[in-house]
Design a protein around this ligand. Structure first.
Ligand SMILES: [Zn+2]
Length: 130
């Protein structure tokens, strides 16, 4: 079945062909069509569904236990988050990046970061390998 976004879609107000754009909402990118004349936007229905899934997971607080594994502590990442990341292809392998960025907060980053951040991480990983 062909994707509706591969077709020429006319704006219902102006009868003009709408152009493909990408909108980033809350750090989540969705495909959309936009009329260059009146600015009307149509979000890709599949992406809209994914975005809604994302919004229901976003900022949800999970209580997870810390376990001692060797010299480290391990926490479990809830399956619904991992499944969501897998669907988004943000998990390439089983590596995630972890950053202690606030006094009471740890961040986990899935997938590729862009630009400067990536370089820094690269350096840290190089150090580890030495
Ligand atoms: Zn229009």
């Amino acid at each position: 079945m062909k994707d509706i976004f591969e077709q020429k879609v006319l704006c219902s107000n102006c009868d003009r062909v709408m152009s493909r754009i990408e909108i980033v909402k809350n750090g989540f990118a969705v495909r959309a069509l936009q009329c260059t004349k009146c600015g009307q936007k149509i979000i890709h229905p599949a992406d809209m569904q994914e975005y809604n899934n994302f919004m229901s997971l976003k900022n949800k607080v999970f209580k997870v236990k810390m376990r001692i594994v060797g010299n480290s502590y391990a926490v479990s990442i809830p399956k619904e988050i991992v499944n969501f990341m897998r669907e988004q292809d943000r998990i390439m392998d089983n590596m995630v990046r972890l950053c202690f960025n606030e006094a009471k907060k740890l961040s986990l980053m899935f997938g590729e970061a862009d630009g400067e951040e990536n370089k820094k991480i690269g350096k840290e990983m190089d150090k580890e390998a030495e």
